[in-house]
Design a protein around this ligand. Structure first.
Ligand SMILES: Cc1ncc(COP(=O)(O)O)c(C=O)c1O
Length: 349
């Protein structure tokens, strides 16, 4: 199921395990992009964008969709559409929205972020959500929104868990947004349609440029009324693009061809974890490898020299000390996994 042109590229190029965002568009995806019918999307005239938005909404069981430039923009536009200045949103302390989006919703939207504890798999407790929702008291910000994420650092949260968290929030009239940058990895792993996982949430951000392998873009989905507000917010943050069907065509191609193959990335991640665990100095908790991410714990002081050693051999790893994240994706095949494991074994002698 690995695309032929991807395999050929791997033979020539380096092995890049930093993230699943590093993928190159395949030849077939580039053809789809080159042949895309386009129009001015700020006028709503781009047929390829419109088709992608409808497809994504249908896939996730929501009324409407909005194509945006990135996962960060998708989350930001969603949060600005749900919240007003002076509102508070609740979010897992390790989630991307809380840690890695430059605090955009607070900077631009005047929205406070209340961080809730997460466990080793990124799961929150319903009791913590209930306890964190503020009373109707003029001293407090208005708790407006709960933000979920799936997968979280590669961990899969099933519909039952998402429903329980969403129900706790909705009981107190909060909206619920889910950062589904890698939602399709969760759906493939669980073997259920993605819409069943996000049934109880109001809005979902789905990234096309992670495991799905496009050069850029995310789709935000929700009710018609929500997407109308989001369209205005997208404009406000400078995200209204014009003949962007060229990118949407890559997204449509990915939804047709790159969802089921995520299972290959998951299998490769398990293979990598198994091989790494055979190396004395390396530790991977294999039972925590649920999708395409492997967390490799190294002896103190060895992460930096290992990174350098591998870089000299054309292999790129992400940051972190003593634990490094390795991500499998469209451009990583079995040979790449095996080569990486061999080189790490060589490094440790
Ligand atoms: C869980 C999650 N959400 C959102 C994003 C943001 O996506 P982007 O880099 O396209 O802005 C990322 C990026 O890696 C992510 O991992």
């Amino acid at each position: 199921m690995v695309c032929q042109d991807t395999i050929q590229r791997n033979e020539l190029a380096h092995i890049d395990m930093r993230s699943d965002t590093v993928t190159q568009p395949t030849r077939a995806m580039r053809d789809a992009m080159a042949n895309a019918e386009v129009g001015d999307d700020v006028y709503g005239d781009d047929p390829t964008v419109n088709a992608l938005q409808e497809r994504a909404a249908q896939l996730l069981g929501k009324e409407a969709g909005l194509f945006v430039a990135s996962g960060t923009q998708s989350n930001l536009v969603a949060l600005l559409s749900h919240c007003q200045r002076g509102d508070e949103l609740l979010v897992g302390d390790c989630f991307h929205i809380h840690r890695y989006e430059a605090g955009g919703v607070s900077v631009l939207g005047g929205v406070m972020m209340g961080a809730l504890a997460t466990d080793h798999r990124g799961a929150m407790r319903t009791s913590d959500i209930t306890a964190a929702i503020k009373p109707d008291d003029l001293h407090c910000p208005i708790s407006r929104l709960l933000c979920l994420e799936n997968t979280v650092y590669g961990h899969v949260h099933d519909a039952e868990h998402i429903n329980a968290l969403a129900t706790a929030a909705k009981a107190r009239e909060l909206f619920v947004h889910l950062d589904g940058a890698r939602l399709m990895n969760a759906a493939v792993k669980l073997g259920v349609p993605a819409r069943l996982i996000v049934n109880a949430v109001d809005s979902v951000s789905l990234c096309l440029s992670k495991g799905l392998g496009t050069p850029a873009g995310s789709v935000l989905v929700g009710s018609e009324a929500f997407i109308e507000r989001a369209r205005r917010m997208r404009k406000l943050v400078g995200g209204g693009m014009r003949q962007v069907g060229i990118l949407a065509a890559a997204g449509l191609y990915a939804l047709d061809h790159h969802i089921e193959r995520l299972a290959v990335d998951h299998t490769n991640a398990l293979r990598l974890a198994d091989q790494l665990n055979r190396i004395d100095k390396v530790e991977v908790k294999e039972d925590l490898v649920e999708t395409n991410m492997v967390f490799m714990k190294l002896p103190d002081g060895s992460a930096k020299p290992l990174r350098k050693y591998l870089a000299e051999r054309g292999i790129l790893l992400g940051g972190g000390e003593p634990t490094i994240r390795l991500v499998t994706h469209l451009d990583i095949d079995v040979d790449a996994v095996d080569k990486l494991a061999i080189e790490i074994r060589n490094f440790f002698g």
